[in-house]
Ligand binder design. Structure first.
Ligand code: G6P
Length: 479
């Protein structure tokens, strides 16, 4: 039996705050996720009457839902939070998540298509779109069941663009917010989508009382898309907001000094070698993160500035992501190929120029953060990029930041970062050189500035501000 509830605050996202794996005896093990949303929601405390609605993402999750009889998951697994996981048909979820969300909407907003050949909107796309609608409807129905009268609902991201509109029809009494964690494409690019699909996505989001973004740049692009696709009055009835998510300094500082991180620092120091500088990057192996051009820039640095050979190591962590998609698997292989080529071209008996790790390890990421002299964050396009904010907060000796001008974080960090055009490998190589060459006092000053800007809006405040902004809007939109 699905539970019915009177929750006052609801969060909806594809990936929830907990995931399950089954061991060989059939016992389920819960793992808590991280990220801004998880710490943000915990800010309202376990006594708050909140429910998080998310999708079951694997066999372990599906089994957990079966054992919970379709209702809320056990609180001890979820850190006390009430979580309702939706057991959406696996094929429908795959179409919606891999097909529409990750292969179409993600590509549109990050402008990743190689347009002479892609995209092709064919019958297969239409079939996947029908699944995206079904998947969004499942969320809207679950939220409508769980929400108390006049509750606030915070819907997350491009997976769930249709939810606000569908939920508004089911429950006109609710206050609905939508938050985009990605960039938003400008109208000329957004209109690659078939007209009816572009309109459906925007209308779905405009079902919210408030649509919010990480920067004004993305918010303004959304407004421009609404006006271009739907007409000049499209935005009437929906407020637009901006909340730039910051690093969780208290958590990071505490977590990065635990023994498991210290152990990994010792191991990394071995790999790096005595007295060398480090250029650190930590990403999911994600097409938009631009890892290959980062490696090419580093190769350029070694090529044109031989004085850095033997004296610097590029510590690159590129963790698996969305491996169901062939294009992501190919990209991972390309990252490995380019890193190996640099090592065989420049490496010596005692020096490995690129230390690449592809197995996810959070403690090791924090160890690299602490050892960073330079952080390299060069995405093609990025909603915010929290790594750019986290490394300066955690690094032991302070670090310089080479940052893409196309990351949302650039708006907040530009004063103290070395801004680069992510496509310009020569400019990025020059920026790496300057960043590595900073005098200690200047580096310390810049790190201070970066850390202050990076922690200006911690996750708890980010979440509460959104909730308050929604509640302050007063009566919900009339439908
Ligand atoms: C990044 C993006 C989010 C997105 C998430 C999905 O963190 O910034 O906008 O929701 O990826 O990742 P997933 O691994 O669930 O596909």
């Amino acid at each position: 039996m699905a539970s019915t509830g009177g929750a006052e605050v609801l969060v909806a996202s594809n990936r929830g705050p907990v995931s399950y794996t089954a061991d060989e005896n059939g016992s389920l093990h819960a793992k808590r996720g991280g990220g801004g949303l998880v710490s943000g929601l915990s800010a309202i405390g376990p006594e708050a009457n909140a429910v998080w609605v998310c999708a079951a993402l694997g066999d372990g999750d599906r089994e957990a839902v079966r054992r919970a009889d379709g209702g809320l998951l056990p609180g001890e697994d979820t850190g006390g939070q009430r979580v309702r996981m939706l057991d959406i048909d696996a094929a429908v979820h795959a179409d919606a998540y891999n097909g529409i969300a990750n292969s179409v909407l993600w590509f549109v907003h990050h402008m990743l298509y190689q347009t002479p050949l892609e995209p092709v909107f064919d019958a297969e796309f239409r079939r996947q779109w029908a699944s995206y609608e079904t998947y969004n409807r499942a969320f809207a129905e679950a939220l409508a069941e769980e929400a108390g009268e006049g509750a606030a609902v915070l819907v997350q991201d491009y997976h769930l663009c249709l939810v606000p509109g569908l939920l508004r029809e089911l429950r006109p009494d609710l206050r609905i917010g939508h938050f985009s964690h990605t960039p938003w494409a400008p109208p000329d690019y957004f209109r690659l989508l078939p007209d009816d699909i572009a309109a459906a996505l925007l209308r779905g989001m405009l079902g919210a009382d408030r649509a919010a973004f990480l920067t004004w740049r993305w918010a303004e692009a959304f407004e421009a898309c609404c006006e271009t696709v739907l007409g000049p009055d499209a935005l009437v009835g929906t407020a637009i907001g901006v909340h730039g998510l910051g690093a969780d300094a208290d958590f990071l500082r505490e977590r990065s000094h635990r023994p498991d991180v210290e152990e990994r620092m010792a191991a990394l120091r071995e790999e790096i070698g005595e007295g060398r500088r480090t250029v650190v990057r930590v990403d999911r192996t994600e097409l938009s993160k631009n890892i290959v051009r980062g490696l090419l820039a580093y190769r350029q640095l070694l090529d044109e500035r031989p004085e850095w050979r033997e004296r610097v190591v590029h510590v690159a962590f590129a963790y698996p992501s969305r491996q169901d998609l062939a294009v992501y698997r190919d990209y991972t292989a390309e990252v490995q190929r380019v890193a190996e080529a640099i090592n065989s071209r420049y490496g010596t008996a005692g020096w490995t120029p690129v230390v690449l790790h592809v197995k996810d390890d959070f403690a090791r990421s924090l160890a690299a953060y602490r050892l960073a002299d330079v952080a390299l964050v060069n995405p093609i396009r990025d909603g915010m990029n929290l790594v750019a904010k986290e490394i300066p907060v955690v690094s032991d000796q302070g670090c310089a930041l080479v940052l893409s001008r196309e990351a949302g974080a650039y708006e907040e960090l530009r004063t103290d970062a070395f801004g680069v055009n992510p496509y310009d490998v020569l400019e990025t190589a020059r920026a790496l050189h300057e960043a590595l060459s900073l005098r200690p006092e200047e580096r310390a000053d810049r790190t201070k500035g970066l850390a202050a800007a990076a922690t200006a809006l911690p996750p708890a405040q980010w979440f509460l501000e959104q909730l308050e902004a929604l509640q302050e809007l007063g009566e919900p939109q009339s439908s």
